[in-house]
Design a protein around this ligand. Structure first.
Ligand code: FE
Length: 286
């Protein structure tokens, strides 16, 4: 049994995207700051409508998947395929851009709190040009599991074993085998998660303090920071100094070159240039 340790801390940095939505970005905040297969992680959390009201008007994507998870608030997704999805507190949306999608994500509230996350998951070269796909995930569709040492985990992707019982999340059929858990631990509670040794893992702590690792190798992670974990077949974390809430993200690395230009993520510069031309010509999604 090898317990993963905290290898690198990626603090989230304030930035803005879309038509001026204020958010904090950890993964993807600098060129090359990826944890394969994850390209970007944004946290948006504000009570001020000026920070979110402009939303994300129509824009394209190619070559990867986006996962939006809402803690509070209401966004409306619309795309060129005709999908219309209401994203509400506790719900999620999984979108595979594949060869191309054009969508908008607009707030459906003029006041109140907007809080959630957007994660970008890369696709291997063999899947970058597959047809676009979209799924709305209602809050009640996300399984919530009570953990052995207290606390809960919501399973958006992948699965979890607690006391010999396996619970599958909503998305379990991707080649990168993504694990996306939203975990809440009471003070002092210990959480273990088994994982293949060669998968990459990342923890984004959005509330509280967390000790990552076991025994004398344990290191503290501060709130609104991402922690990149070492290899190993077990993740062990403890809520320290109060309750903690975090996202646990893990997956099978793709190990291919990543060339990103804004919303297009391909393997080569030529492919990215092609994506830009296709978007300009109106053939991105065709
Ligand atoms: Fe988008």
């Amino acid at each position: 049994m090898s317990v993963r340790t905290l290898k690198q801390v990626i603090p989230s940095v304030p930035t803005s995207d879309g038509a001026g939505v204020k958010l904090r970005r950890s993964l993807g905040s600098q060129r090359g700051l990826y944890v394969d297969p994850f390209l970007m992680l944004d946290e948006f959390s504000t009570d001020n409508p000026d920070d979110y009201i402009a939303g994300f008007p129509a824009h394209p994507h190619r070559g990867f998947e986006t996962v939006t998870y809402m803690l509070d608030g209401h966004l409306l997704h619309e795309d060129h395929l005709g999908n219309r999805g209401d994203l509400k507190s506790g719900g999620a949306q999984w979108m595979t851009a594949g060869r191309g999608i054009i969508h908008s994500e607009m707030p459906q509230q003029a006041e109140g709190r907007m809080r959630g996350f957007q994660l970008w998951v890369n696709l291997p070269a063999s899947e970058k040009m597959k047809p676009a796909w979209y799924r709305d995930i209602e809050p009640h569709e996300i399984p919530t599991v009570t953990l052995a040492d207290g606390g809960t985990a919501r399973i958006i992707a992948g699965s979890i074993h607690v006391a010999g019982v396996q619970t599958d999340g909503v998305i379990t059929d991707r080649s990168t085998d993504p694990r996306y858990l939203d975990v809440e631990l009471p003070n002092g509670s210990l959480f273990h998660y088994g994982l293949p040794d060669d998968y990459n893992a990342f923890i984004y702590l959005y509330e509280g303090m967390l000790l990552v690792g076991a025994g004398e190798d344990a290191r503290a992670l501060k709130p609104q920071s991402g922690g990149v974990l070492s290899r190993g077949n077990r993740i062990t974390v403890t809520a320290d100094n109060g309750a903690a809430r975090f996202l646990l993200l893990a997956g099978k690395p793709i190990e291919e070159p990543v060339v990103q230009y804004g919303p297009f993520v391909m393997n080569t510069r030529e492919e990215v240039e092609q994506a830009v031309r296709d978007y300009q010509n109106g053939t991105l999604t065709k």
